[in-house]
Design a binder for this molecule. Structure first.
Ligand code: NAP
Length: 242
C-alpha cells in the first residue's frame, strides 16, 4: 500500500486533499492538532467511499511531537514508508505590523515554516532511500503577493516557496519532487468571516474557490505523472494574479 500524510487533514483544504488522495488509492494518514471530531469525519468519509485512512494527531509546530508520532507510525508499519507528504496545516493571526504581538509572529511561522522543516526532514530520508517521493507544500497567494495585515503569514508562505525551490534541487536526482500550490481565496473555516460578496469583485472567476479545486492540483503534483515538475508553485486562485 502507498501512504500519504496530509497535515491539517481534518478540515478545509486538507480534508479535500485527504479524500482525493484516498480516492487515488493511497492510505491517507490524517494529521490534525485538536479537532478530533472533524478528523474522524474526514476518515469516515474516506471509508464510506471505499478508501483507507488513519488518524495521526500532532502539533506541526512541535518538533518533538512530530518525531514521536512518526516514530510510532513507522513502528506500526515496518518496511513501509510515506511516499507522499502534503504540508498543509496552517493558521493565520492577522494584524497590522504595528500592532502585531510577538506571539502572532512566532505562532504563524512555527506552524507553517517550522512544521514544514521538521516533518519534511523526518520523511525525506525514506523517500531518498526508496528513490521516490512527492512533497507538496500548501503556500498562498499571500506568499507571492504579500497581503497587508498578514506580514507574518505572507513571510511564512514566501519562505515556504523559497524552501520548495531549494529542496527541489537537492533531491531531484533521487526522483523526489517538491512543489507548492498557492491558493487564493478558498471557502473554508479560515476564510468564513471574510466578506465574499465584496472580495469576489476582484476575482476574475467571480467567486471563492472550493477546497476540492485545490485538492485537484495537489493530487496532480502528488501523482507519478508529475515526475518532471519540481520546484514549481501552481496558483489556484480563479485568475486573481499578483
Ligand atoms: P482551516 O480550514 O482553518 O484548517 C486548518 C487545518 O490545519 C485543520 O485541519 C487544523 O487542525 C490544522 N492545523 C492548524 N494548526 C495546526 C498545527 N499546529 N498542527 C497540526 N494541524 C494544525 O484552513 P484551510 O483554509 O483549509 O487552510 C489549509 C492550508 O491552506 C493552510 O496552510 C492555509 O494557510 C492555506 N491557504 C488557505 C487559503 C484559504 O483561502 N482558505 C488560501 C491560501 C492558503 P484542527 O482541525 O485540529 O484545528
Amino acid at each position: 500500500m502507498k501512504h500519504a500524510l496530509v497535515t491539517g487533514g481534518s478540515r478545509g483544504i486538507g480534508r479535500a486533499v485527504a479524500e482525493r488522495l484516498a480516492a487515488d488509492g493511497y492510505n491517507v494518514v490524517i494529521n490534525y492538532r485538536a479537532n478530533q471530531q472533524a478528523a474522524e469525519e474526514t476518515l469516515a468519509a474516506i471509508q464510506q467511499n471505499g478508501g483507507c485512512g488513519e488518524l495521526l494527531p500532532f502539533d506541526v509546530s512541535d518538533g518533538a511531537a512530530i518525531e514521536a508520532a512518526l516514530e510510532q507510525w513507522s513502528a506500526a508499519h515496518p518496511d513501509e514508508y510515506i511516499s507522499v507528504l502534503v504540508n498543509n496545516a496552517g493558521i493565520r493571526m492577522d494584524s497590522l505590523m504595528i500592532f502585531m504581538q510577538e506571539e502572532s509572529w512566532h505562532k504563524v511561522l512555527d506552524t507553517t515554516l517550522n512544521g514544514f522543516f521538521h516533518i519534511t526532514r523526518r520523511l525525506l530520508k525514506d523517500m531518498l532511500t526508496h528513490r521516490y517521493g512527492r512533497i507538496v507544500n500548501v503556500a498562498s497567494l499571500s506568499g507571492l503577493k504579500g497581503m497587508p495585515g498578514q506580514a507574518n503569514y505572507s513571510a511564512a508562505k514566501a519562505a515556504l516557496i523559497g524552501a520548495t525551490k531549494a529542496l527541489a534541487q537537492e533531491v531531484a536526482a533521487r526522483k523526489v519532487t517538491v512543489n507548492a500550490v498557492a491558493p487564493g481565496f478558498i471557502a473554508t473555516d479560515m476564510t468564513k468571516e471574510l466578506d465574499e460578496g465584496e472580495l469576489k469583485k476582484m476575482i476574475p472567476a467571480g467567486r471563492f474557490g472550493k477546497p476540492e479545486e485545490v485538492a485537484a492540483a495537489v493530487a496532480f503534483l502528488a501523482s507519478e505523472g508529475a515526475s518532471y515538475i519540481t520546484g514549481e508553485t501552481i496558483s489556484v486562485n480563479g485568475g486573481l494574479y499578483t
